[in-house]
Design a protein around this ligand. Structure first.
Ligand code: TIU
Length: 248
């Protein structure tokens, strides 16, 4: 994103994305693509998601449409933020309640097939190769379900002049919902892409999406990714300076 001093010279390009409950109006220059927790720990066998008893194959169907959205957002020069749920190797940032939840034989921090479960730096904690972040894109480590809790996300977005979020990733009713609800309370306008978010439970996927757009868009908007891409045709190179953080 451009620094504040130069942002005013960027021509506003308002686009209207066909969405539920009504068109989502956004300017790609002030919109960030947020990709929530597309980590091996949630998508692959042997990770945290699988250890919780879930069928992880339910999540894989969003990889392809999300790759297309990511490529499109990159082509437009939009701000891109990848989040990862996980903890410090000493688990000092993992509440005992989270550690105990589920009474797992292989809890957070234990050794699994992809390394220690949900621990930063381990293979399982990493983002899947298909959606690997590029240099210059924000990678945000979060200890909780929401992307704002105990992170500097709000600060990063406001410094970059971001007002709108296109939200994708997993899982719909857990980390996506927690993030969208809090983003909404903080004044960010959120569009959730229905084919780029996934749940381990078909019914939660359906109801989770309905809950976001219900009551006139109580938390935000919902649309298939193709409607976002169509609204932004032709893709315009924004020529923005990417927002970055150290150590991402
Ligand atoms: N279990 C589940 O559905 N989700 C999580 O634990 N984390 C995220 O959603 N990323």
């Amino acid at each position: 994103m451009l620094p504040e001093s130069e942002r005013s010279s960027t021509p506003a390009r308002s686009v209207a994305v066909a969405a539920t409950p009504y068109p989502f109006e956004m300017d790609p220059a002030t919109t960030a693509l947020v990709i929530i927790d597309m980590q091996r720990d949630f998508l692959y066998p042997g990770g945290f998601g699988a250890l919780l008893g879930n069928d992880v194959s339910m999540l894989l169907k969003i990889v392809e449409p999300l790759q297309a959205v990511l490529a499109f957002a990159r082509a437009c020069g939009m701000a891109i933020i990848h989040t990862r749920e996980g903890h410090r190797p000493d688990l000092a940032d993992c509440p005992p309640s989270k550690l105990a939840r589920g009474r797992l034989d292989t809890p957070i921090g234990a050794e699994g097939p992809n390394g220690r479960i949900l621990v930063r730096g381990e293979h399982g904690h990493g983002i899947i190769d298909e959606l690997a972040p590029l240099g210059g894109e924000i990678v945000l480590d979060k200890p909780g379900k929401g992307a704002f809790f105990a992170t500097d996300l709000d600060h990063i977005l406001r410094n970059a002049g971001v007002t709108h979020l296109v939200v994708t990733g997993v899982t719909t009713e857990v980390c996506v919902h927690t993030t969208v609800r809090e983003a909404n309370d903080r004044g960010f306008e959120c569009l959730v892409l229905s084919d780029c978010v996934a749940s381990y439970f078909a019914e939660f996927q359906e109801v989770g999406l309905r809950m976001i757009a219900a009551q006139g868009g109580i938390f935000g908007w919902v649309a298939p990714s193709q409607d976002l891409i169509s609204a932004m045709q032709p893709p315009v190179e924004l020529s923005l300076v990417p927002i970055t953080t150290q150590g991402a």
